[in-house]
Write a protein that binds this ligand. Sequence first.
Ligand code: HSE
Length: 296
Amino acid sequence: MSWRIKVPATTANLGAGFDSIGVALDLYLFIKVSAADEWAFVSHSKHLHDIPKGKDNFIYKIARQVADRYNKSSLPACHVELFSDIPLARGLGSSATAIACGIELANLLLGLDLSNHDKVQIATEIEGHPDNVAPAILGGAVVGHYEDIVQYVKVDISGVSFVAVIPDFELKTKDARAVLPETFSYSDAVRASSVANVSTAALVKEDWALLGQMMNQDHFHEPHRKALIPHYDDVKTLVAHHAYGVYISGAGPTLMVLVDEAMAKKHLQEWREAMPEHEWLILQPVNQGIDIVDGY
Ligand code: HSE
């Protein structure tokens, strides 16, 4: 018994699609799983140097939660090796990849035969919103809604790049959510959702220029969160003439530049030199989500 499970990183919100829209990117967590006498997690990644090595590991806890959900008492022990290129707590969906891995692990070990829809439902219940977990499982761009049950549309996208501007500090989602308002007036909600509606239509039509314009008009979270990200205005100004738009990736602190691929390649070095204190990474959308290889 051995499997390799590979899950893409994700970028969520894309401006006004708060808690709803996400895109899978070509940056991965993958785990190698084989039978063992007791549970062990071993990391081969600088991003995961401090992970719990036994049953206190987050991936094990998710797998156990799924086993309980299906009334399965035993979860056969495994040796799990982890490889990840995804920095933690930066707004690139690292926890969603771990949730997806834990669900898939339980699915494989217990022969649950879960559909992708089942996996997205379980993952959304755990995370609370589908914007990272749905594209991690399904790939592509996913527009989702969650209220007890998750509903979504997945579209394949191509022809655009995402340049991640990753600062060297972490921002916990809990802290980035604590600055958001608890209530929203009716007129503000109508205004904010019309920006989100046009963003969704632009995403589906791959009208990147329009999506970029809408990113600047989000009312749901960016105006409240930008104070937590000191380089927010400077990055926007730096890339303004060459990019479609800039948004806070998930809860931040990574900023994501939506840009034509040729433009990204042309200007990346200049942007890196202007702000060398951040890591600049060109990422591409991927339309394949979680991938399992049996007997790697
Ligand atoms: N939509 C979420 C947020 C993503 O912006 O808080 C992080 O979980």
